[in-house]
Design a protein around this ligand. Structure first.
Ligand SMILES: Cc1cc2nc3c(=O)[nH]c(=O)nc-3n(C[C@H](O)[C@H](O)[C@H](O)COP(=O)(O)O)c2cc1C
Length: 316
């Protein structure tokens, strides 16, 4: 059996990093002539700057976190087109889907294109995607779309290095390694190349007519990997982001001085809370094994759904 399929890819990428991941994933799919792929890029009416001036970078936090969408141009898909599978590729901005993706998700077009359809989300970010994916899942549920898989491609350099190299990249545009110890910023070429394995699995599933909107296509391919630490960090930070973002967006407007001052207060409080958390952890470290980590362990399974982190289908 060699079934055909119509795939829609919707994405936004500022530096092209996410586009490279999609390119890699689509390569094996495009080798099958029975598959037609339509790839549309979301275009904000007012483009975001790159590199980001530091003040503008933080200024958008309240809108990101409260999912307050910017205006975007309508995507070029006609009403009569119908798709068997939608691939939704987004990056994370402040623990939330990036604003262009939020705008698409909240558009009428998104609802009409994805209602009742199988959807695969592809995330390309530094490292923190759990809460953003929760927001995306809520919208997909609301629309009536069926999330069959989630792929998260992240920067795998050590935490300290990726925190510095990512900010340097976003604020100056400089991506290359520096001072001999800091690696190249962003997701490695190897991770990006390896995204092909997902395309191969999707292409094979299409060949045997397995895209039924019920089954994951990517189990066993290490599509995501969640660590207890990731859950701990995001669950610690996210409620503070929500509280402050809601407050700041209620009492200030983008690019106002008042907003900048409130953001400074927010980050100061966050910094002090992190410091308190680190100190508490150091003091309580000897008693560490008595703390209930079991709950976090069961949560890993939840966040890794629907594709899981197992790797038995990966071939070298
Ligand atoms: C305003 C802003 C906030 C970001 N916040 C996060 C974040 O909270 N977590 C994360 O893992 N990456 C974060 N990133 C990194 C992006 O997810 C992404 O990896 C990077 O912007 C490159 O994506 P692109 O060039 O494909 O658009 C942020 C980037 C920007 C511009």
């Amino acid at each position: 059996m060699n079934s055909s399929a119509n795939i829609l890819v919707v994405s936004y990428s500022q530096t092209g990093q996410l586009s490279r991941i999609i390119d890699s994933l689509l390569t094996p799919i495009l080798e099958n002539s029975a598959v037609s792929v339509k790839w549309v890029q979301i275009e904000p009416v007012k483009p975001y700057p790159f590199p980001w001036p530091i003040s503008r970078f933080f200024d958008i936090l309240p809108e990101c976190v409260t999912l307050n969408p910017p205006e975007i141009h309508p995507i070029s898909v006609s009403k009569n087109e119908s798709f068997d599978l939608v691939i939704l590729a987004y990056q994370v901005w402040f623990l939330s889907p990036s604003l262009p993706m939020t705008a698409f998700l909240k558009s009428r077009e998104a609802a009409s294109l994805m209602r009742g359809k199988p959807v695969i989300t592809v995330i390309g970010c530094k490292d923190t995607w759990l809460m953003a994916q929760e927001r995306v899942k809520e919208v997909l549920n609301h629309i009536g779309a069926i999330l069959i898989d989630n792929i998260a491609v992240v920067d795998r350099s050590p935490l300290f290095f990726r925190m510095i190299t990512t900010q340097r990249w976003l604020w100056t545009g400089k991506k290359e390694s520096f001072w001999k110890i800091f690696p190249h910023a962003g997701i490695s070429d190897k991770e990006i190349y390896n995204a092909r394995r997902f395309g191969t699995a999707i292409a094979n599933a299409i060949k045997i007519g397995r895209i039924d909107g019920k089954t994951s296509l990517l189990k066993g391919l290490g599509a995501v990997s969640v660590d207890k630490k990731d859950i701990y960090i995001e669950k610690f930070a996210y409620p503070k982001f929500i509280f402050w973002a809601t407050l700041i967006s209620r009492i200030s407007k983008p690019e106002q001085l008042k907003r900048s001052l409130l953001l400074v207060v927010f980050f100061l409080t966050l910094f002090l809370l992190i410091l308190k958390g680190i100190l508490t952890d150091i003091i309580l470290f000897p008693f560490h094994k008595f703390f209930p980590t079991k709950k976090l362990e069961t949560e890993i399974d939840y966040f890794e759904q629907p594709s899981g982190s197992s790797i038995e289908r990966i071939v070298d």
